[in-house]
Design a protein around this ligand. Structure first.
Ligand SMILES: Cc1cc2nc3c(=O)[nH]c(=O)nc-3n(C[C@H](O)[C@H](O)[C@H](O)COP(=O)(O)OP(=O)(O)OC[C@H]3O[C@@H](n4cnc5c(N)ncnc54)[C@H](O)[C@@H]3O)c2cc1C
Length: 398
């Protein structure tokens, strides 16, 4: 019997999970087309950017699919859809036929056209960006012997909060390592809304605000960034002098969807039906779909499992099951050993929250890797990577 051709675009949380769920079913010929040979584990990228091992935030796809020869991983970019012929055309000029298409392409950084940001701000959306930021942080202390006074993070959402919680300590650590002990530095967090993590209950915002203030983070709420130059960031009409501005504020949907005439909701995500289909046979999952909890790794993973299940049901000539969105458990770290957890009506703050976050990371690794690899990766979080990626080999000052 001819196999069902399943083409999955995007090797992220949703796409990989879909492929893994279908991988053991020999009725499917699975192709996973994705830009990069590694899976970006976003939740720990802030840790990689502040001295942690890159092992925790980057997982080679060849390791994930080592035991699944039925999944063909293709490193390429999807560019165009020919709906009539059921073909995906790629950046490298190849064409892939599909019976079922699953799209999980994730979001892209959006600077909202604010002058200077694209040129001067640092990002934290990819491993390359995290490494670039880490090198920059070192460069100022090691090469120029003057750390920036102000380190500015723009965006008081989960990523901005996570980073703000650890950045100051990391810069101090670099300074100590190089004998620059008398430096006073500031971490500023700029947010356009009146409170941090504004999609969370007010109590969570309050506790996170208190925690960050305790860690010396200066908050600029109701503050809008209007531009950046080499030496300063304009915030609500006033300049903040800084050479380290980290942009975590803006994301927009992948341009593949507007380029290929998908129906978009007001938030620019793809409209999907009760089976997560944008059109018959074309599923949209994770960050790209206009679903209640889209924008979280947990949702992308859940969507991947759901879609794979329905693809199997259809192959069995069974009716597909409608999608029921799942409320996620929110876990937001804000400094070492401290996290806020929102689990339905239950709120947990502090060290216990932190351990729950560690447990959640482990479970997430286990979703993609066998237990031995997942455990190794999870333990690597306590491993520090080369504190000084730029140093000359001379010994550090006492
Ligand atoms: C810094 C950061 C921290 C985060 N922390 C958390 C957290 O703690 N908890 C949480 O639940 N969520 C977190 N998130 C959100 C979470 O990572 C996303 O919701 C999740 O990654 C969405 O999964 P996805 O499969 O939709 O897309 P992604 O995981 O983004 O995967 C998309 C993949 O598609 C590839 N791709 C894109 N375009 C193309 C193309 N045209 N052709 C081929 N391949 C393409 C990309 O390279 C990427 O590999 C965080 C996000 C960021 C940026």
């Amino acid at each position: 019997m001819a196999k069902h051709k399943v083409v999955i675009i995007g090797g992220g949380f949703g796409g990989i999970k879909t492929a893994l769920e279908l991988a053991r079913d020999s009725r499917f010929e699975i192709r996973l087309i994705t830009h990069k040979p590694t899976f970006r584990f976003y939740p720990t990228l802030y840790h990689t950017a502040t001295g942690g091992s890159s092992e925790v935030s980057s997982i080679p796809l060849k390791d994930i699919f080592a035991d699944f020869p039925g999944v063909k991983v293709i490193i390429d970019g999807a560019r165009e859809l020919d709906r009539e012929k059921k073909i995906v055309k790629t950046d490298l000029g190849d064409e892939y036929e599909y019976d079922v298409l699953v799209l999980g392409l994730g979001m892209t950084t959006n600077f909202f056209g604010i002058p200077g940001l694209e040129e001067f701000a640092y990002g934290i959306k990819t491993n390359t960006e995290a490494e670039r930021l880490k090198k920059h942080l070192h460069k100022h202390v090691v090469r120029h012997k003057h750390p920036d006074l102000n380190y500015v993070i723009v965006g008081g959402g989960p990523t901005g909060v996570e980073l703000a919680g650890v950045l100051g300590e990391y810069v101090h650590e670099i300074c100590r390592e190089h004998g620059e002990t008398n430096r006073s530095i500031h971490v500023d967090l700029v947010e356009a809304s009146p409170r941090l993590v504004s999609t969370m209950p007010k109590m969570v915002s309050m506790r996170i605000t208190r925690q960050l203030k305790k860690r010396g983070v200066r908050l600029y709420l109701n503050a809008r960034v209007t531009g950046q130059t080499k030496d300063e960031l304009m915030v609500s009409g006033k300049p903040i002098r800084s050479h380290t501005v980290i942009w975590t504020a803006g994301m927009s949907n992948n341009k593949f969807f507007s380029d290929n005439n998908f129906q978009l909701a007001k938030n620019r995500k793809v409209r999907v039906d009760q089976f997560l289909q944008a059109e018959p046979g074309i599923y949209v999952i994770g960050d790209n779909a206009d679903t209640p909890y889209s924008g979280l790794a947990q949702t992308a993973l859940y969507d991947g499992v759901y879609v794979a299940k329905n693809i199997k049901r259809l192959a069995n000539d069974e009716k597909p099951e409608p999608y029921v969105s799942k409320r996620p458990v929110y876990v937001l770290p804000a400094g070492p050993d401290w996290a806020a957890v929102v689990w339905g009506k239950l709120f947990i703050f502090g060290r216990l929250g932190w351990w729950l976050r560690r447990a959640a990371d482990y479970l997430a690794y286990r979703d993609y890797e066998p237990w031995f690899n997942a455990t190794k990766r999870w333990l690597a979080e306590s491993k520090e990577e080369d504190l000084c990626p730029l140093c000359d080999p001379e010994p550090a000052k006492a």
